[in-house]
Design a protein around this ligand. Structure first.
Ligand code: PLP
Length: 398
């Protein structure tokens, strides 16, 4: 039997009838940027997450950059984050000129260890950037309490965590801003790149809207006042309409071009209706893996405070390379996330990072052992059983 790591084709068949007419309408109407599809998606997402505001953007990396800027993170500021994540988390910190400070993770859930955060705080620290790795929310009460005590912002990296919950609240509503990716392989994936930032703060929403469109127009002037206390007046009193914004070419901040496209919004809206069902299927697969895999393989241990969205099912094996080769030879898709923890990535050095090459033993150990098994909503029981049987067969030979 062949078990792919992911099967986007089967998922597409389930939403094809909803997606294709909408995409064709967008192509016929030629309203590719902004407009009602993006607006409808953002509002639906606000109610799904129970968040006051959602701002779509171009991708998850931009979402982090926008989130950092909305928190007024500036060049030279330090931002505490995890080394066990995708590169973009720390890359975004560097993109705004700030300095990532890596703090080790926990053995049980691979998330940043809140007990180690305070020792890393200095007078330059501006924010904490926890990543809900593999869709399992971090210990947010402890992280938020530390942030409050030291006057820091909390920027959630929710790229892998859509639909996850912490104490009954959705990831993305747990810090000051939440940053999501709609990269096609995510639990809610677009037909290309996409992302969004969430916040419950009206002021941060104003700033996000300004930065994602070149710091222009009235919202740009409002954001400038919120960020720097500088009040600019706009002389032009014409009213903006959907097709004409008289202020578009008046810029108040150096921002970005980071918008969610209408076609992506249409695809994401169709999939959002199925997201809870997709995530429930992932949870069902995770439960079968947890029950069926040999106890010799180490699974993550999640607190009862959280409901993960199971973006990945990651086991730990001292025979990592051999196990991956065995799975591949037996046609079971597999992945190794993440083989190099960020503090050991060549891109980071003393000029752009606080502690490149530091000793962060838990992250290093997990990186050397982690093996991701296939977990996608359309997996059949036969496929799940075959994965379990293949892993267990590998261990019988050990
Ligand atoms: C943890 C994490 N952060 C950030 C990103 C960046 O998202 P994107 O690829 O949409 O830019 C990703 C996704 O790839 C991710 O997994």
């Amino acid at each position: 039997m062949k078990v792919p790591f992911l099967d986007l084709r089967t998922q597409y068949q389930g939403i094809k009838a909803d997606v294709e007419p909408e995409v064709l309408k967008i192509l016929e109407n030629c309203c590719y940027i902004g407009g009602s599809y993006v607006n409808d998606f953002e509002r639906s997402m606000e109610s799904y997450l129970n968040a006051a505001h959602v701002a779509g953007c171009s991708n998850g990396t931009d979402a982090l950059v926008l989130g950092l800027r909305a928190c007024n993170v500036k060049p030279g500021d330090e931002v505490i984050t995890t080394p066990f994540t995708f590169f973009a988390t720390a890359e975004a910190i560097c993109s705004v000129g700030a300095i990532p400070v890596f703090v080790d993770v926990r053995q049980e859930d691979y998330n940043i260890d809140p007990d180690k955060i305070e020792a890393a705080i200095t007078e330059k620290t501006k924010a904490i950037l926890p990543v809900h790795i593999f869709g399992a929310p971090c210990d947010m009460d402890t992280i938020n309490a530390i942030a409050k005590k030291h006057g820091l912002k909390v920027i959630e990296d929710d790229a892998q965590a859509i639909g996850s919950e912490y104490k009954g609240r959705k990831a993305g509503t747990l810090g000051d801003v939440g940053c999501f990716s709609f990269y096609p392989t995510k639990n809610l994936g677009g037909a290309g790149d996409g992302g969004m930032v969430t916040t419950n703060s009206d002021d941060m929403y104003t700033i996000l809207k300004a930065f994602k469109e070149h710091g222009a127009a009235k919202v740009g002037a409002e954001a400038l006042e919120l960020l720097e206390g500088i009040k600019e007046t706009i002389d032009n009193n014409e009213e903006a309409t959907e097709l004409y914004n008289p202020y578009k070419y008046y810029n108040y901040l150096i921002g970005y071009n980071s918008r969610l496209d209408a076609i992506q919004a249409a695809v994401l809206s169709a999939k959002l209706k199925h997201l809870d069902e997709y995530n429930a299927n992932r949870a069902r697969i995770a439960a079968k893996y947890t029950a069926g895999l040999t106890p010799r393989i180490r699974r993550p241990e999640y607190s009862s405070d959280i409901k993960p969205c199971w973006h990945q099912f990651v086991v730990r094996s001292e025979y990592k390379e051999e196990l991956c080769a065995f799975l591949t030879a037996n046609e079971v898709g597999n992945g190794s996330f993440y083989p190099v923890p960020l503090h050991q990535q060549k891109a980071f050095n003393k000029d752009n990072c606080k502690n490149p090459g530091a000793s962060l033993p838990v992250a290093e150990e997990i990186s050397s052992q982690s093996v991701c098994l296939p977990i996608f909503p359309e997996m059949t029981d036969e496929q799940i059983d075959y994965v379990i049987e293949t892993v267990n067969r590998f261990y019988e030979g050990k």
